[in-house]
Structure formats: structure tokens, C-alpha cells
Ligand binder design. Structure first.
Ligand SMILES: NC(=O)c1ccc[n+]([C@@H]2O[C@H](COP(=O)([O-])OP(=O)(O)OC[C@H]3O[C@@H](n4cnc5c(N)ncnc54)[C@H](OP(=O)(O)O)[C@@H]3O)[C@@H](O)[C@H]2O)c1
Length: 310
């Protein structure tokens, strides 16, 4: 995390705002759209004409996104707990069923957990929500994203990745005294950046891009709980980079990039280590199952009568 909005940062965000593109007729899923940066992102994307798929754990945000949508658009609510592997898979299955062509995924949902908590799958909560969920969701939605190519995956990392460090021997931070909320968060944002780069590599030539970003220090509930000493920039500024990467014609062909302070920047060297990215990819597959494999919850073709059961 760094400081509040500097004049240079403000100018950079203005340039990004000027680069936003129209999204009429395009389907965009925004996770964690109930509040904070995600809600503002969903509202702005609806204002740009997108058919917004609003994800949340409740219905809180739907009315605001509906109000910002063009007449005729039908923002839809998808409810899922992204701290559950089954919840992520179910969300992907429901979205793919509803929109077989998905133009943009904005994987925004994230958590800061001061105390260590475990999900029902036995994963540390920060790792589950900030690392596994966005990559599993992107992988499970690839058929829909490929169908809409050129399409985009936009993932929220953070400047916190700069102080991130992978605890390879204990990624779930389960050992005695291993857990510290800030460390868990920093590690998660480094990890999701590494996985975004690994995903982008796998998607080369597919017409689906994958990029990630730091939104700035943004005055949301998360900032207040984890970094109370930071004032944070207004949420409307915090959503600018997400909206830019989801909509700007100028970045349509850019993949495998990390954006911070309004520009693509080279992230921490550890994030660029391809062997480490692949090690992490394997570690995530070990807990989440093969990434990119057909989702078992997406109904396949009806069984052929008389064919043996597989
Ligand atoms: N704020 C910052 O300064 C800052 C800086 C760098 C990066 N980021 C990143 O930006 C993204 C948005 O952060 P924010 O500041 O807007 O945070 P926020 O206000 O706390 O909002 C987080 C969103 O994620 C959702 N979420 C959390 N856990 C979830 C779960 N288990 N299942 C489904 N949804 C879940 C929340 O849903 P509920 O309403 O149901 O809890 C909420 O919609 C995060 O990825 C964060 O790490 C933020």
C-alpha cells in the first residue's frame, strides 16, 4: 500500500478515464460488486453500456447497478461465496449457462483477514478468496470467454504485492505463529499476480487477455480495517483502472501486464519468476483440481441412449 492521490497519480487516472470505451452489448461479470471498488466498477461499466453480471453474497448492489444501466440492459445478480471451491464452480456454471459468451471478467472480490480463518475446504480464507477463487473462476469461465474473444480477464492484485513473500513450505500459513493478516494479504496479492501472468501465458493467441492491477489505496471498508492509518483515495478514483482495463480499446491487445498508478509497470521480480509461477499453479491445482478442465457443473450434452455409463 502507498499514500493518497498525488497530482501525478490524479493526472494518470484522468488519462485512463478519457480512455474508457463503450461496452454496449458486452457481458461483464464483476465479482465482489456489493460494495467498495467492485460496486463502483459495476456501476461505471453499466454506465458504459455493459450488460453487467453482478456478483455478491447478497442482493445489496443490484439496484444501484440497475439505475446506472441503459434502458434495455438487464443487470443480473449471481450469489456465491467465493471462499468455497464449490461456490466458485457453481458461480462459473451459472454464469456460463446464462451467458455462453462472456466478454469480460473483473475478478475484484477480496478479503483482508486479521485473524486466521479456514474455509470449509480447509484453506486459509485469504488464500482461498484472493488467490484460488479468481484463477479457478477465470479457468472455469474460459469456454465462455473464448466464445466471446477478443475478451478480457481483469484481476485485482495490489501494490501490497511489493512486500509479498511466498511461504512455499506453508502457503496456508498454518504453522505455529505463521499467521499475520498483513503477511497473508501481501502473499495473496503477489500470488494472484503470479497466477495472472501464468494464465496470460496459457492464453497466448486465444484472443482472451489476462491483466491485473493495483487500484491505489482506496477508502473502502477493507482499507479501514487493515490500514486505518491511510486516508485512501475516493472510491470513484479507485475504480478507474479496473474500468479502464475492462473497457479501453487501447488495452484490448495487452496481456500479461500489471497496472499501477495509471500505467503498466514491471512488478516485483519474484512475480516474474516463471518457475515460481508454475510451482504456484501446480499448488493451486492440488487444492482446486485441474484448472481449465471442463467444469463438472456445466451440463454437457444429453447422454446417448444405450451408451455405457462412464
Ligand atoms: N481498498 C484498497 O485500498 C485496495 C488496494 C489494493 C487492492 N485492493 C483490492 O481491491 C478489491 C476490492 O477491495 P475493496 O477495497 O473494494 O474491498 P471491500 O470494500 O472490502 O469489498 C470486498 C468485496 O469482496 C467481497 N467478498 C469478500 N469475501 C468474499 C467471499 N468469501 N465471497 C464473495 N465475495 C466476497 C465482498 O462481499 P461482501 O460485501 O459480501 O463482504 C465485497 O463485495 C480486493 O481484491 C482488494 O484486495 C483494494
Amino acid at each position: 500500500m502507498d499514500g493518497p492521490l498525488t497530482p501525478e497519480h490524479a493526472q494518470a487516472l484522468e488519462r485512463l478515464r478519457a480512455g474508457w470505451g463503450r461496452l454496449d452489448g458486452r457481458s461483464v461479470l464483476v465479482t465482489g460488486a456489493t460494495r467498495g471498488i467492485g460496486l463502483e466498477t459495476a456501476v461505471r461499466l453499466a454506465g458504459l453500456g455493459a450488460d453487467v453480471l453482478v456478483h455478491g453474497r447478497g442482493a445489496a448492489a443490484l439496484a444501484a447497478v440497475r439505475a446506472a444501466s441503459a434502458s434495455g440492459a438487464r443487470p443480473t445478480l449471481f450469489i456465491a461465496d467465493l471462499g468455497s471451491l464449490a461456490g466458485v464452480r457453481r458461480l462459473a456454471a451459472e454464469v456460463a449457462r446464462d451467458r455462453p459468451r462472456l466478454d469480460v471478467l473483473v475478478a475484484n472480490a477480496g478479503v483482508f483477514a486479521p485473524e486466521r480463518r479456514e474455509t470449509a475446504d480447509g484453506l486459509e480464507l485469504t488464500f482461498a478468496v484472493n488467490v484460488v477463487a479468481p484463477i479457478l473462476l477465470a479457468a472455469a469461465l474460459l469456454p465462455a470467454l473464448r466464445a466471446a474473444a477478443p475478451s478480457r480477464v481483469v484481476i485485482l492484485s495490489s501494490a501490497s504485492h511489493w512486500t509479498g513473500e511466498m511461504r512455499w513450505d506453508d502457503l496456508q500459513l498454518a504453522g505455529p505463529d505463521a499467521y499475520d493478516g498483513l503477511h497473508a494479504y501481501d502473499q495473496s496479492k503477489l500470488a494472484v499476480l503470479m497466477l495472472t501472468l501464468a494464465l496470460a501465458r496459457r492464453l497466448e493467441g486465444s484472443g482472451v487477455s489476462a491483466v491485473c492491477l493495483d487500484p491505489g489505496d482506496v477508502a473502502t471498508g477493507m482499507l479501514a480495517s487493515g490500514w486505518p492509518e491511510l486516508p485512501g483515495i475516493p472510491i470513484e478514483d479507485g475504480a478507474v483502472t479496473s474500468v479502464y482495463l475492462a473497457s479501453a480499446p487501447a488495452v484490448g491487445g495487452i496481456s500479461g501486464a500489471y497496472f499501477e498508478d495509471g500505467a503498466a509497470v514491471t512488478p516485483l521480480a519474484a512475480a516474474l519468476d516463471v518457475a515460481a509461477q508454475e510451482r504456484l499453479w501446480v499448488a493451486v491445482e492440488a487444492v482446486a483440481g485441474p484448472l481449465g478442465a471442463p467444469d463438472p457443473l456445466v451440463p454437457g450434452p444429453p447422454p446417448v441412449p444405450g451408451a455405457p455409463a462412464v
